[in-house]
Design a protein around this ligand. Sequence first.
Ligand code: CP
Length: 313
Amino acid sequence: MSLVNIAELSESKIRYLLELTQFFEKHPNLHILEDRVVATLFFEPSTRTRLSFETAANRLGARVIGFSDPNATSSSKGESLKDTIMMVSNYADIIVMRHHLEGAARYASEVAPVPIVNAGDGANQHPTQTMLDLYTIYQTQGRLTDLNIYLVGDLKYGRTVHSLLMAMRHFNPTFHFIAPDELKMPQEYKDYCNEHHIKYVEHSDFTADTIANADILYMTRVQRERFTDLMEYERVKNMYILRADLLSKCRDNMKVLHPLPRLNEITPDVDNTKHAYYFQQAKNGLFARQAILCDTLGIGLDSEELKPYIEKD
Ligand code: CP
């Protein structure tokens, strides 16, 4: 079964995937996918998502094929996405794909005979990032319910915040949106909040007082690659910068997360505070993606392959 849209996962499915993620954090080197081939098709740049998926596959014993530069493939000669997907389906058991077009993963899942995992489609969704975000939130807060989650920066094009918002609908969050006017949370996501009784507050200021009640401060990069008007990018790119002194009134438990890469929006002095958690967050991507690969390929906590390890735990 493909993983395209985080909104399609029930609360029990999310909790189950988090349990599977926890299992792989304890057992990251199980060769249970030895006869499988994982394809990673990255039509857009990536460091963490591609490398953590490939590490996840390698640590599970699978073989990996794929590309990180579409210019070195026949799509640069004009081959359609459908034909590319059909070809790669001949070679691999599962396709992990990042694409610049919103809806590309959905389209691929409709034409592919093998499961598709959405590794980011334009400004739309990044469901595997959300799974590692949820795992990190649970790891740092001890729960997913009733949290104050502050989303800061590019809320218009930020696919990670769109996916996180949708997944959190099961857990009674209160969201705080902090963004410049040009990058505000789109109306469709505010409508989603209203439909699902998700509380949210919008702010334009970013001060120690504004974030004093945060449990999670989720910073994001202003994404130059999504702007058609580069003057607008220049105007907004450094509007919200988190410096260590801004954390003076924060709750003890508050953690700063960021899907990374970061540019200027978190200064290096934050890295040494007890609130910084973005590097551990990225590490969790490995375990979350091991869980997603296995689940998508039909291997779960009740499978013969995992039973001996679960019994030992
Ligand atoms: N968080 C994330 O998607 O990072 P990459 O773009 O490096 O994959």
